[in-house]
Design a protein around this ligand. Structure first.
Ligand code: SF4
Length: 447
């Protein structure tokens, strides 16, 4: 009998998608998946290296797991590290953490079953940091997906942008796009299985550049990504969302596609990172605030009201009070539906880690709070403007606040709570908004 495997996932939706893919391959190879480290013979940590805190958490978890005992061998479980930390740190993980038996790079997901076999066969220091092999297809079984209604569909892996603060191009490698036909077929399969929503995901989805236009022949568009959006919309999947978009590659034709197909959801996530041109240059973002605002104008002027969300880093090295004021002005102008604010933290191995002129922790906190306060007030007005409007909600679960309420996301990607009235997870319902909360909407079911 093959071993039981548990995968613990840290980080972004790409890691979640990788875990689903790894579990699919393991089950095909005869392994059993289990939902807890305590019942596993093999424990794999799918790691994130974007923040140092996440890395430290993995090390702590490895320490805890090495004290467990495998139900089959009664020895400690076999421990593997996969994902971004594995790719970046490689061999040195064995030196730092001797309890680790196996290191699996970001592109070795499909080879995990044979790597485990090698460790179980007695080989020490098994490590695979190689590229994906030619012909590997993205194969995820519905049984391994997190939700039976919402599915992540990766369309591009890696990143070529090399923003100076970011480790992703080193951990995930260069951009590689999946073929459009494969993506469309996956969405069609998900639809036939009853999925209601797909998220086309990638570090920068709108940098999508497949090797051939196969599968896109019947879909016009100014860029491969806007053509792909039309092709995926044509599958008649109920709701299609996509994240993340890179500002420089955000072509106005994306907005046109959203206007043409109602099942392309009314939400764009477009990280600005800063409002200061000096800082944007130092971040090597490849856009300035004017370029960014031009994209935002296109989104805001759409015939359809499109929700806009963003990411901002405060306290990047050398960020002066004036630079920060420019960020505040940008945020005020953009009127984001939601904003993810991060305090800059140094990532070893990135160009920004070599910059001095650090902003003090206190100052970062002050800026964080000022920006948060601004966003809260902008968001409050925006959410209150929903009162009296109908939104379409995909019901996902019981509300965390009350067992009488259900919760889900709107097409514009807002959390909506509402009186349950016999709705079930997976239903798509219309909700009339009666109240705007700081980070969610509340309403009544109307269908
Ligand atoms: S675009 Fe920049 S921030 Fe985003 S993944 Fe690539 S390097 Fe990182």
């Amino acid at each position: 009998m093959k071993s039981k495997v548990y995968i613990e996932t840290f980080g972004c939706q790409m890691n979640v998608a990788d875990t689903e893919r790894a579990a699919t391959g393991l089950r095909k190879a005869g392994y059993e998946m289990t939902s807890s480290a305590t019942t596993a013979d093999v424990v794999l940590f799918n790691t994130c290296s974007v923040r140092e805190r996440a890395e430290r958490k993995v090390l702590r978890r490895i320490g805890e797991v090495r004290k467990l005992s495998s139900p089959t061998t009664h020895k400690r479980p076999l421990i593997g590290v996969m994902g971004c930390v594995a790719q970046l740190e490689g061999q040195s993980i064995f030196d730092k953490t001797p309890a680790v038996d196996l290191i699996i790079g970001t592109q070795a997901t499909d080879r995990i079953p044979s790597l485990i076999e090698r460790v179980q066969g007695g080989e020490a220091g098994v490590i695979d940091l190689d590229e994906r092999q030619e012909g590997e297809v993205w194969d995820v079984s519905p049984a391994e997906r997190r939700s039976p209604y919402v599915a992540f569909v990766p369309i591009i892996e890696g990143c070529n942008k090399f923003c100076s603060f970011c480790i992703v191009p080193y951990s995930r490698g260069r951009e590689k796009s999946r073929g459009a036909r494969e993506i469309v077929n996956e969405v069609l399969r998900l639809r036939s299985l009853g999925y209601k929503e797909v998220h086309l995901i990638g570090q920068n989805v709108n940098s999508y550049r497949p090797r051939s236009m196969e599968g896109l022949e019947d879909y016009p568009g100014a860029t491969p990504f806007s053509r792909l959006l039309r092709a995926v919309a044509n599958t008649r999947m109920d709701r299609i969302k996509f994240t993340t978009s890179f500002p420089r590659d955000f072509h106005p034709d994306i907005v046109s596609a959203l206007e043409e197909y109602p099942n392309l959801c009314d939400w764009v996530h477009l990280p600005a990172q800063s409002g200061s041109d000096r800082i944007l240059k130092s971040m090597r973002r490849g856009h300035n605030s004017e370029d960014y605002l031009k994209r935002v104008e296109g989104i805001k002027n759409s015939k359809r009201r499109l929700a806009l969300t963003s990411d901002i880093i405060v306290g990047f090295p050398g960020e002066t009070a004036e630079d920060f004021a420019a960020t505040m002005r940008l945020v005020e102008k953009c009127e984001y539906d939601a904003l993810y604010i991060f305090k800059y933290s140094k990532r070893a191995g990135t160009p920004a880690a070599r910059l001095d002129d650090a902003v003090s922790e206190d100052e970062k906190t002050t800026r964080f709070m000022a920006l948060e306060e601004l966003q809260t007030s902008v968001q409050g007005k925006l959410y209150n403007a929903y009162i009296g409007r109908k939104v379409s909600v995909l019901v996902e679960r019981e509300s965390a606040r009350s067992s009488e309420d259900m919760a889900g996301h709107s097409t514009c990607h807002k959390v909506v709570n509402f009186k349950a009235n016999q709705t079930r997870p997976g239903d798509i319902v219309e909700v009339l908004i009666t109240e705007g909360k700081p980070n969610s909407l509340y309403g009544e079911l109307i269908s």
